[in-house]
Ligand binder design. Structure first.
Ligand code: MG
Length: 385
């Protein structure tokens, strides 16, 4: 039997808390929708795909789906899920005798589950992948908080998608839906239309992304929890300039020359943060050709860098800075510098290290002609960004 797939992406997904529809949220470089489509596009038993999108996205449908191996049509969804499935079925050429209906919000569907559904639906007429309930199930009337009964868990299965149907069975389910019956899935309508529906093993990973927690867990599978970046900065030291490190003024008759205040601790650290996140560098965000950044305080730049990170979905997790300076001695000032850095990064001081070194009289830094800093920072993804 030739297998066609209807991927239902008609919802707006407001429960994920995201401003964009959940099917268009990026998961590790591909959207939720693209991952769902790819799972079927790669399956050797599937011959055609129909993607059902909200009306307003249909015009961009091909671009949203991306390139596919199989023929892929785009259809406009309806108000209810069953209306969207009806539209998808109408757009699927009649030569496909077995039809799978899949929620776009289940991007982790695996090949073995699809295999089991195709096999069972061909044999029985309708098949649903499901996982056995692990929690104890209580039935509670809508009107109270009192348990009416505990339902034997062995009889409870949690339905997933793709749900598979011989085409006449799905047509009967769609017709029942069109006549006014409400179904939370196509299998329910098929059951009501009098057809046998077989349960096959689904997969725990085949989750439906519905809430912001679901989305966070899904993203965690693709995004490394922690990233690392390095930064470096050097400024020439000249007479008559203040020597400021992380906003802390040091006793010195020489200070860094620069368009800004030449705060190497903040500059190296900002670059480490940008480096960890792939969000550019300090020169790109605060160009020294822009008068806006003339004499700007290093701590201010660092604070702005943290804000840019936050907008990109990251926050600092730790920082380690080494300042290379011949004189004055840094040791007395390190605790104050460390605390200021921690405050700006929003970290406990224990997550921040600032160390001082001399260059043993060697090269420009060693001769006291320059100050340099090396920084390493780690960042973590911000929940729900
Ligand atoms: Mg600099």
């Amino acid at each position: 039997m030739s297998v066609g797939v209807i991927i239902v992406a008609g919802g707006r997904g407001t429960r994920t808390g995201s401003a964009i529809p959940k099917q268009l949220i990026d998961l590790g470089g591909r959207t939720v929708l693209q991952r769902s489509v790819a799972a079927f596009d790669a399956h050797p038993g599937v011959a055609a795909i129909v993607v059902v999108l909200p009306e307003e996205l249909v015009g961009d449908g091909r671009a949203l789906v991306g390139s596919t191996r199989l023929p892929c049509a785009i259809a406009a969804g309806g108000a209810r899920r069953q209306d969207s499935v009806a539209a998808g079925l109408a757009a699927l050429p009649s030569g496909h005798e077995l039809v799978l209906v899949h929620d776009a919000a289940r991007p982790f569907v695996d090949r073995a589950t699809i295999d089991r559904v195709i096999e069972a639906a061909g044999r029985t007429g309708a098949a649903v992948p499901a996982v056995a309930a692990r929690d104890t199930i209580k039935r509670v009337p809508a009107s109270s908080r009192l348990v009416a009964e505990t339902i034997p868990r062995g009889e409870i299965w949690l339905a997933q998608t793709p749900q598979g149907f011989r085409r006449p069975v799905l047509e009967a389910a769609v017709a029942l839906g069109a006549s006014g019956m409400e179904g939370t899935d196509e299998a329910m309508l098929a059951e009501r239309a009098g057809h046998a529906v077989e349960i096959v093993e689904g997969h725990e990973r085949n989750v439906k992304i519905t809430t912001s927690d679901d989305l966070e867990r899904a993203r965690a599978q693709f995004a490394p929890a922690v990233r690392v970046g390095t930064g470096y900065d050097l400024h020439r030291l000249v007479d008559g300039r203040p020597l400021v490190l992380a906003g802390e003024r040091l006793p010195s008759d020489r200070g860094p020359l620069g368009h800004s205040d030449g705060d190497v601790v903040c500059h190296a650290l900002a670059d480490a943060l940008f480096g960890a996140t792939g969000l550019g560098d300090i020169g790109q965000h605060f160009p020294n050709t822009d008068p806006q950044w003339k004499d700007v305080a290093g701590l201010d730049l660092l604070s702005r860098s943290v804000a840019i990170l936050a907008a990109g979905g990251w926050r600092p997790a730790s920082a380690d800075v080494t300042v290379v300076l011949e004189r004055p001695k840094l040791v007395p000032h390190l605790p104050a510098i460390r605390q200021r850095v921690a405050d700006v990064l929003g970290l406990d001081v224990s997550a921040v290290s600032v160390k001082g070194k001399t260059n043993e009289g060697v090269d420009a830094v060693g001769r006291g002609e320059a100050i340099a800093a090396h920084a390493v920072a780690t960042v973590v993804r911000v929940t729900g960004a």
